[in-house]
Ligand binder design. Structure first.
Ligand code: ADP
Ligand code: MG
Length: 598
């Protein structure tokens, strides 16, 4: 090439071509990518890379590559992208540090570069690194490799001049990029806050937040996952948007400390701190999922803990297509979002808890009122029955042995005694009866009655006990407690017409504030716990709400009186204890009774 004029013309031509095509780019990454391609195409160089600085400015990594028709160089790239260079190491590191282009004419005779032996394996003989400088700072490094060693100095010179000019142009992209990130995070934050305020349901809230992150934030994928407290300490994904189904299906997540490097969610759950992966293609945290994540098109990821009352209950993760997508400003905003989300969950849970407490209070008051009425009636009725039974007895005594009317009086007496039994039950439910409580061992009480219980059960029902070793001392009324067990076992038996298992077990527990909060009843102290569990028909919620009410029964006339559980309830209250039931239709039933320990 000869003459300064030609040279300058060529320079301008090249600059114009590059700038015009870069102008089409939609972001900083694309601008860099186009620039890379243009240079390779114009110069005929075989292979080019764009290197970017990590968020913390400690390392530099490959974000884009170009290898034109040289498919064999893909392997070179695959090896290269595993490498992370620091400032000063490798060609990109050296260029980054010096802010100057570095021209390696003979890779074989230059020992400074880690990748030289690898490059030589692929017949790449020389390399060139050029910094892209914005406001006196290197923001990216372009690296080229060539098959032939003797590159034309003039072309290189030309290129260096041009790239120096480009810095100014890249500045716009660079600033745009920052603004765009903060903007998208802001958009997500404000849209999400609306969703949090309006939410009435946890799951629906998670789904809309994820959708907002993907739709208005432009993140490629977002998910909310919970840290389960099961034996595997699994991480359960509860909501997501933009998800690649294949990707999610191969995820097997746990937050257990297994010794091997877990994923981002696992790490965040264990540390309670946000975690950023600037580049999925080389971060060790992604080693298990790398291929799938790259395949699904994820470049970088960020995970935030969802913290409620100092407990990490789960994570909120976002994935972006490009590496290094989350900068500090954006990270702060998204962290705020994760905190708002945790607050939203807390509010929803509190509202739910209040509703439950109210329902519990209502139930207790209702039972109290029914108890008052029932025992009032029972008292009066009892007095009348005493008169009926008394006079019937007198009449019975007065009648001669062979008097036909004697049969009629006998009938009156049997019926009145049945009625008296019913009234007794009502009185027990209303707790208007005095019952002497004595010190007794609950396990012994259960053992003593086990034989009788077994007789009461159908042939197909298996009876099991799981009693704690040792004594469980409570103040109780033995006969009443036996009645409780009989009634519960009777109901369980009715619920298992086709057979099943009835299990009675005991334990001791500490009722603490957490228990009271979770169950909506209780008081602090040590309690005996009895559970009576069956594998029968179970109950739906409507039935559960009514079971303790006197005369509530779902059984046919003559089969049920609807007083069994009313009596159980009354007896438990007399013992200053608590009873609750967990059951679902078709899923069996468990009654739990808590009685204060001595
Ligand atoms: P009854 O047994 O006379 O019907 P209870 O007060 O003992 O009256 O029980 C009330 C209702 O509660 C029963 O009719 C039944 O619907 C339901 N129930 C109680 N225990 C169970 C159980 N173990 N499994 C399924 N349903 C039950
Ligand atoms: Mg019953």
């Amino acid at each position: 090439m000869a003459g300064d004029v030609i040279r300058i013309e060529k320079e301008l031509q090249l600059l114009k071509t590059i700038i015009l095509s870069i102008a089409q780019a939609k972001d900083f990454h694309e601008a860099l990518d186009i620039c890379l391609r243009q240079i390779c195409e114009i110069t005929g160089w075989s292979y080019g890379e764009v290197w970017l600085l990590s968020q913390d400015n400690k390392t530099i990594y490959i974000s884009n590559i170009y290898y034109g028709k040289h498919d064999e160089l893909k392997e070179f790239y695959d090896e290269s992208r595993q490498m992370i260079f620091t400032r000063e190491t490798g060609l990109p590191g050296l260029v980054w540090k010096s802010g100057q282009p570095v021209w390696v004419k003979e890779l074989s005779s230059d020992s400074r570069f880690i990748r030289a032996p690898l490059a030589l394996q692929f017949n790449l003989k020389s390399a060139l690194g050029i910094p892209i400088i914005v406001d006196n700072e290197t923001v990216s490094v372009l690296v080229f490799f060539m098959f032939d060693a003797d590159k034309d100095d003039v072309v290189v010179d030309l290129l260096l001049t041009i790239v120096a000019e480009l810095g100014l142009f890249f500045k716009r992209w660079y600033l745009d990029e920052r603004l765009r990130k903060v903007n998208r995070a802001l958009r997500v934050l404000s849209d999400s806050n609306q969703a949090i305020i309006r939410a009435t349901d946890e799951l629906q809230l998670f789904n809309s937040i994820c959708k907002i992150a993907v739709d208005s934030g432009g993140y490629r994928m977002a998910l909310v996952a919970f840290a389960e407290h099961d034996e595997h300490k699994s991480i359960k994904i509860v909501a997501y948007a933009g998800f690649n189904k294949d990707y999610i299906e191969q995820l097997k997540l746990t937050w257990a400390d297994t010794g091997v490097e877990g994923g981002i969610s696992s790490r965040v759950i264990r540390t309670g701190k946000p975690f950023l992966v600037t580049n999925i293609s080389n971060d060790p945290v992604f080693s298990q999922w790398r291929e799938a994540a790259i395949h699904a098109g994820y470049g970088s990821a960020i995970s935030f803990p969802l913290i409620i009352n100092d407990n990490v209950i789960g994570v909120f993760n976002m994935y972006a297509s490009e590496p290094d997508a989350f900068d500090t400003g954006e990270e702060k905003l998204l962290e705020e979002l994760a905190n708002d989300l945790a607050f939203g969950i807390l509010s929803l849970r509190k509202a739910g808890e209040n509703k439950r407490l109210q329902a519990q209070l209502f139930q207790a008051q209702k039972m109290e009122a029914i108890g008052q009425v029932a025992s009032g009636i029972a008292h009066d009725f009892n007095n009348m029955l005493t008169a009926v039974i008394g006079y019937a007895n007198i009449l019975y005594g007065k009648l001669k042995e062979n008097e036909p009317l004697k049969y009629n009086v006998e009938q009156i007496l049997t019926a009145s005694e049945k009625a008296a039994g019913l009234v007794q039950n009502l009185l027990t439910f209303g707790r208007k009866q005095d019952t002497g409580l004595t010190l007794l061992d609950l396990n012994k009480t259960i053992m003593n009655i086990s034989g009788l219980l077994q007789k009461l059960l159908g042939d197909l029902v298996v009876y099991k006990t799981g009693l704690t070793s040792g004594q469980i001392s409570i103040m109780g009324n033995k006969t009443h407690l036996e009645q409780v067990l009989m009634n519960l076992a009777g109901n369980a038996n009715d619920a298992m017409p086709g057979g099943g298992i009835l299990t009675i077990s005991t334990d001791t527990i500490d009722i603490d504030e957490q228990f009271i909060k979770a169950h909506g009843y209780g008081r602090i102290g040590r309690f005996a716990a009895i559970s009576v569990q069956d594998t029968g028909s179970g109950m739906n919620t409507m039935t559960i709400e009514k079971i303790y009410e006197p005369f509530f029964t779902t059984k046919p006339v003559g089969k049920g009186t609807g007083l069994g559980l009313s009596v159980v309830y009354g007896i438990v209250k007399q013992h200053k204890g608590y009873i609750d039931v967990t059951s679902a239709f078709g899923k069996g039933t468990t009654f739990n009774i808590y009685l204060p320990l001595v």
